[in-house]
Design a protein around this ligand. Sequence first.
Ligand SMILES: [Cu+2]
Length: 208
Amino acid sequence: MLSGQQTVPPTTATFDFLLNWYVVSAIIAGGFVIGLLLFFAVKYRARPGAPPATKGPENLWVVVAVVAIMGLALGAAGYQTFASTSNIVVPNDPNAITIKVTGFQWGWNFTYPNGNFAVGNLTVPAGQVIILNITSKDVYHTFGIAMLAVKEDAIPGKVNQAWFQMPTQGSYIDAIRCYQLCGVGHSFMEANLTVVSDSAWTGFMGSG
Ligand SMILES: [Cu+2]
């Protein structure tokens, strides 16, 4: 859905970056372990007339190398995970726009800073930090925008925060949907995301 976009939203970029780290780390650790397994399986294979297997000398370097390489790979992935949390937690931006999101059976209600609300369509200005205060009117729902790597539970009596920043304008049909089975209408519990210019947003809010 983001094809043709000039820039990648920051939350999406962070999760893409982490996924690459995890895949590379897993390939290094997994490749080393499986490589050793195959090497030893061939080297010590059963051969006709060979003496029965006996315990050989300890190969300490193998143990140290396996632990060190796996530790480095996992440590690097863990470091990158914690280093990325600053991009995932809700930013402290004084210009952020806060919108209340209320899930219900079956739809999404968006309440804007001016008190107006809309059902089934979330309108936001491009390039601005959008903070969502997510709750539910009835049962558990999960608010999600897959293309922006946003997902947060909507729980009655509780407010969970999520944020995103969409660099470019556009209209994204059914970009928002529920990710928690919540009843017979769950599969239709969708909403559109409309990203507009600053001036259109000012008009949308009325008087600015
Ligand atoms: Cu649902």
